[in-house]
Design a binder for this molecule. Structure first.
Ligand SMILES: [Fe+2]
Length: 288
């Protein structure tokens, strides 16, 4: 009986592999894998936001190119773009929140509250772990989740109308493959999957079957002017990547140029569900 069961599983796995290979024939895939470079925030007060992430999440203020102060969150950078106002609040946005890991859930909550942080969601248990959400200075959501322990920057959380389509986008255009080949069912009634890049998880939740506070049932708005405005990914040299994406008809929002503020070569893409994605050249003196 055990032999038959094992044989059945083996055959099923081979068939699934075969089906996957067939489905991927002819699918565009960029020639290299991207690294996670930064998260772009729109903020109304540069200093207030710098201090918030330093004080409550241990991010470090570092110099990036000329005189720009950016934040280093355990090697993922936070770029702050000061704007007059942030028009998008309570909209359906694919870039939902960012999260740090935590140790003792109640302690994580208590010391921050004592120091004056605004709480969005109190300590909530999830299996053996706990999560909580805080509000940043521009009403952005910042999570602490105790699964991984430690206090490092841990994840970026996205929402998607179709989790598998989002994962295909990341695989094709950034060379980043999801951990599960297909989205898996969460017992709470939605599909999900994730990518791990530079030790950071990019977690994607799909549309829930029931009502959930985090899904607004409205079309996704472009993230461009939201508190979390974009994700930045890097390749060593970008000219060839730019050419590949352009010939694959990926929507380019800003053409390849030298960034006037940060100095690097960059271009901007429209990702899944209106997510804005910037591509950065990380190597100095590329000759391509
Ligand atoms: Fe999260």
């Amino acid at each position: 009986m055990k032999f038959i069961l094992n044989l059945y599983r083996k055959v099923r796995s081979i068939l699934s592999e075969f089906k996957y290979s067939i489905a991927n024939i002819g699918r565009f895939k960029v020639s290299e894998s991207a690294n996670l470079h930064h998260i772009g925030l729109n903020v109304v007060d540069y200093e207030v936001s710098l201090s918030f992430y330093e004080k409550y999440f241990g991010a470090k203020r570092v110099r990036y190119f000329n005189d720009n102060d950016v934040l280093d969150a355990d090697k993922t950078l936070l770029f702050l773009n000061q704007v007059e106002e942030i028009p998008i609040v309570n909209k359906n946005l694919s870039l939902w929140h960012i999260g740090w890991s935590g140790e003792d859930a109640q302690l994580e909550m208590d010391w921050r509250v004592k120091e004056g942080i605004e709480v969005h969601t109190p300590v909530t248990s999830l299996d053996e772990d706990h999560f909580m959400y805080f509000l940043g200075p521009n009403q952005e959501l910042v999570e602490v989740y105790t699964r991984k322990k430690g206090h490092a920057f841990e994840h970026i959380h996205l929402l998607a109308t179709d989790v598998d389509a989002t994962m295909r986008w990341f695989s094709s255009n950034l060379g980043l493959d999801s951990v599960y080949r297909k989205a898996v069912d969460n017992p709470r009634g939605f599909k999900w999957n994730f990518i791990t890049v530079n030790d950071i998880d990019i977690v994607v939740f799909g549309k829930p079957e029931g009502k959930e506070s985090w899904w607004l049932n409205e079309p996704f708005e472009p993230t461009d002017n939201a508190p979390f405005g974009h994700l930045g990914f890097s390749f060593e040299c970008v000219e060839s990547i730019y050419g590949q994406l352009k010939s694959a008809n990926i929507e380019i929002v800003e053409e390849l140029k030298q960034d006037p503020v940060y100095g690097h070569k960059t271009f901007t893409l429209r990702g899944p569900d209106q997510l804005l994605i910037k591509i950065i050249e990380s190597k100095k003196n590329c000759t391509d």
